[in-house]
Design a protein around this ligand. Structure first.
Ligand code: KG4
Ligand code: ZN
Length: 346
């Protein structure tokens, strides 16, 4: 049995969790900074890192208390070292290094995107939507959609990633956040658009979809500009039809994400589709992916789609089992790409 403390501070959540054998969550604590950033309509990097400094020790303490274990019971400490905001990542990496040094524990640097993927393997009280991820379902196609990334990844086994496509401009979550701002909705935009869309019609407005045929790449900037022009066309009128625009936009994003993922699954004869990252919390996207995919679909429960420490510990456990460790020189890598090995320049 291996107990890993996972620490996550890449963006605007200070998070820590204790996970047993990469799947059983003993504790998971997330301190969200959403209210602090809402007034800026996005994450304010300096405020984020300062807040991480204030929260990191209490959050780790609480995760340990909830798990009812002592530091000496841990087998390793895992931490996100990229991609993300440099000043935010530094807080988590330094905290992880301090504890591993003091307790003589192994340190495992984890790619945030790999963390999102491994949220699918967390056994969150059977709350995974669709089918549970199991060992037999490779090759699989993963769609990782978050505030900073939109990627389609082919996995032929654990820790084996081949990037098939990515966004050429805005990430899906970024598009949700920017369009929410255009519509005067609150930050973060994803949940706000989802809520507004509940009252609207997805066919009210015909918005563009960038299919980029022959590739697995995405582009959302044209869609965002189309929404801007649509909103401007209502200037001077009594009311902007926010709900209809939100529903039409949400459907346009989901159409492209689902279709491309499904195509990739067919081409690579995937035995499973995994949906991960903050945008995978979107109810419409979840529903469409489950309805339109022929391959079985696995989506983490909503609270594990958005940033948390448990997913970092889950991904780290795979590295731990393979004997992969990070050295003291582990540094933050804000533009880190998904890669198949742990950063272990020893
Ligand atoms: O993975 P995440 O928590 O942080 C990053 O790694 O970026 O993703 C945050 C993103 C934000 O852009 C947020 O608007 C989006 O996920 N998001 C959603 C929903 N919940 C969060 N987008 C659409 N629908 C949602 N329900
Ligand atoms: Zn994330």
């Amino acid at each position: 049995m291996a107990l890993i403390l996972g620490i996550e501070t890449s963006c605007d959540e200070t998070a820590a969790a204790v996970v047993q054998d990469g799947c059983k969550i003993l504790s998971s604590v997330v301190a969200s900074q959403v209210v602090l950033h809402a007034q800026y309509g996005g994450v304010f990097p300096e405020i984020a890192s300062r807040e991480h400094v204030l929260k990191i020790v209490p959050v780790i303490d609480e995760a340990m208390r909830e798990a009812k274990i002592a530091f000496d019971d841990l087998d390793a400490i895992a931490v996100t070292y990229g991609p993300g905001l440099a000043g935010s990542l530094l807080v988590g990496v330094n905290a992880a290094k301090a504890i591993t040094f003091a307790r003589d524990l192994p340190l495992i640097g984890v790619n945030h995107l790999e963390g999102h993927l491994y949220a699918t393997w967390l056994e969150a009280a059977g709350a995974t939507v669709g089918i549970p991820a199991t060992e037999e379902q490779f090759p699989l196609i993963a769609l990782i959609v978050s505030g900073g990334h939109s990627e389609i990844v082919l996995m032929r086994g654990h820790g084996d990633y081949e990037l098939l496509g990515h966004t050429l401009d805005d990430a899906a979550g970024e598009a949700f956040d920017k369009v929410a701002r255009l519509l005067g909705l609150s930050y973060p935009g994803g949940p706000a658009i989802q809520k507004a869309a509940e009252q609207g019609s997805p066919t009210a407005f015909k918005l563009p979809r960038a299919w980029l045929r022959g590739t697995y790449d995405f582009s959302f900037s044209g869609l965002k500009t189309a929404v801007l022009h649509l909103v401007q066309s209502f200037e001077g009128k009594k009311r902007v039809p926010v709900a209809d625009i939100a529903a039409s936009f949400q459907t346009a994003v989901a159409d492209v994400l689902v279709d491309k993922t499904r195509q990739a699954a067919e081409e690579f004869r995937a035995r499973q589709i995994v949906l991960a990252g903050g945008v995978s919390a979107n109810a419409h996207l979840r529903k469409m992916m489950l309805a339109r995919s022929q391959a079985p679909v696995s989506i983490p429960p909503i609270k594990l789609c958005v940033d948390n420490g448990a997913m970092i510990a889950a991904a780290a456990w795979r590295h731990f089992e393979r004997g992969e460790r990070s050295g003291w020189e582990l540094d933050v890598v804000p533009a880190l790409k998904l890669q198949s090995k742990v950063d272990s320049r020893q």
